[in-house]
Design a binder for this molecule. Structure first.
Ligand code: URA
Length: 450
């Protein structure tokens, strides 16, 4: 949709003034403003003033829906109708975490159950890992296929996990860049429209959202996480894409590993059906159930669980992953010979605690930052990533650690880097004598209200 500014009554500064003064915004004016951002008719200064006004005064639900749909429609919106896919188009998005390899298992798993998943993933951001960085541990994997190839892979395998390309929600690219340097990132209306503006441009029938809570979460408090989950579920649903948001625990790494290749190794084990009751699989399964139900592939939770169980134990989910990897340029025998392809770090060492004890809690953000410092993530968005580094076998809350059972295994480029990461990990893990239990994994479910 191309809006012509001349059809609209308000100048950008008048729209900004309304929000500055706490007045309601005419919804069609939001659309014109966002289109003006995509067309470069609105300046960075105007974007900054607008986002600060929203930061301070908030937005009504209707305003957030309008901002979301305008962001979605500011660039190319994918259409799947012409492919006549025999199943629903569904996707998942997460606010990001540490050891959060959910997408890598979830996409192939629900695809093996009949869903189609055109997943646009991101790179690591801050302390969180990125699905795309992890996939690029696989030699040859091309996360930027031509659009026709992307459609073809989604159609033939049921899932393709790729990176964001040029014309997807271009208004968000500008808005986010300005928010980053104007202290206006932490606004629930703006976060909602930013995430959904991009995600809904994939032309989805249904979406599930994994909003994290805890020391490794993007949102600073449980209350804010909850507010974001509710906002996303309702706004996406009102924008026409039925959405459920789960609130899940990120007070410790979700899988017992954090890094790139190490998380791919774990993904393969999980897809082979090993550790089906691990915390990461519990979260993945809950999201999968919501996707199958929202996509109307099943009539009940029980039916969803049965279908998922079969897709895992039969090897169908693993097979979908293997085919996706190969279709996107990776080795045909990656699943069978992954150790032949994945980079391994020159230094691999156990990190023992200074004293024995039971893991009470983990500063998950610090663990993520330690992986970044090892070279597994980036501090600048143009930096490259070392796929081989990270932590594996990370102890969980409630585990006893001592001079036999380490806190983790560190994978590093050098002895020095390993020693630094080991010290950071010891600082990040609080030990005590008392038994400790992990926080509840699935803390809440918000089904969007239309
Ligand atoms: N991720 C996004 O894409 N946008 C935000 O505003 C915050 C997180």
């Amino acid at each position: 949709m191309v809006a012509n500014a001349s059809h609209h009554a308000l100048l950008p500064q008048e729209l900004i003034r309304l929000k500055r003064d706490g007045e309601p915004l005419p919804l069609e004016e939001i659309e014109a403003f966002v289109q003006g951002i995509a067309d470069d008719r609105i300046s960075d200064a105007q974007i900054g003033a607008f986002t600060m006004a929203v930061f301070l005064n908030g937005m009504s639900r209707e305003e957030v829906v309008a901002l979301t749909t305008a962001t979605r429609d500011s660039g190319h919106v994918m259409q799947w109708d012409s492919l006549n896919l025999p199943g629903p188009i569904v996707d998942k998005h997460s606010t990001g975490g540490v050891g959060d390899l959910v997408s890598l298992v979830l996409g192939p798993w629900v695809a093996a159950c009949g869903a189609f998943v055109p997943m646009i993933s991101g790179r690591g951001l801050g302390h969180t890992g990125g699905t795309l960085d992890k996939l690029e541990s696989i030699p040859g994997y091309n996360p930027y296929p031509a659009p026709e190839r992307f459609s073809k892979v989604v159609k033939s395998t049921g899932v393709a996990i790729i990176g964001q390309t040029g014309n997807l929600a271009p208004a968000d690219k500008r808005i986010y860049g300005v928010r980053d340097v104007t202290a206006t990132v932490e606004s629930i209306p703006l976060i909602t429209a930013s995430i959904l503006g991009k995600k809904l441009a994939s032309g989805l029938d249904a979406l599930v959202m994994d909003v994290k809570v805890g020391s490794g979460a993007f949102m600073p408090t449980p209350e804010k996480s909850r507010e974001l989950a509710k906002s996303i579920a309702n706004v996406a649903t009102q924008a026409g894409t039925p959405t459920t948001a789960l609130l899940t625990d990120m007070s410790q790494p979700l899988a017992p590993c954090a890094g790139n290749a190490v998380e791919i190794v774990e993904t393969l084990a999980l897809l082979r059906g090993e550790r089906p009751d691990s915390r990461v699989m519990q979260v993945t399964r809950e999201l999968a159930v919501e996707m199958l139900m929202a996509g109307k592939l099943v009539a009940s939770r029980e039916e969803a669980l049965a279908k998922l169980e079969k897709a895992l134990t039969s090897g169908a989910a693993a097979d979908v992953f293997a085919r996706m990897v190969h279709e996107l340029g990776g080795p045909a025998d990656f699943m069978e010979r992954s150790e032949h392809y994945l980079a391994t770090a020159p230094v691999i060492q156990a990190v023992y605690p200074e004293q024995s004890g039971i893991v009470q809690c983990i500063d998950t953000r610090a663990v993520g930052m330690s992986v970044v410092e090892l070279g597994g993530g980036r501090l600048r968005n143009d930096a490259s990533v070392d796929h081989s580094v990270g932590f594996s076998e990370i102890a969980e809350v409630g585990d006893r650690v001592d001079n036999q059972r380490p806190l983790a295994i560190v994978h590093a480029r050098s002895e020095d880097a390993a020693a630094r990461a080991a010290a950071q990990l010891r600082d990040a893990v609080t030990l005590g004598d008392a038994p400790a239990t992990a926080d509840t994994l699935l803390q809440d479910t918000f089904r969007g209200e239309a």
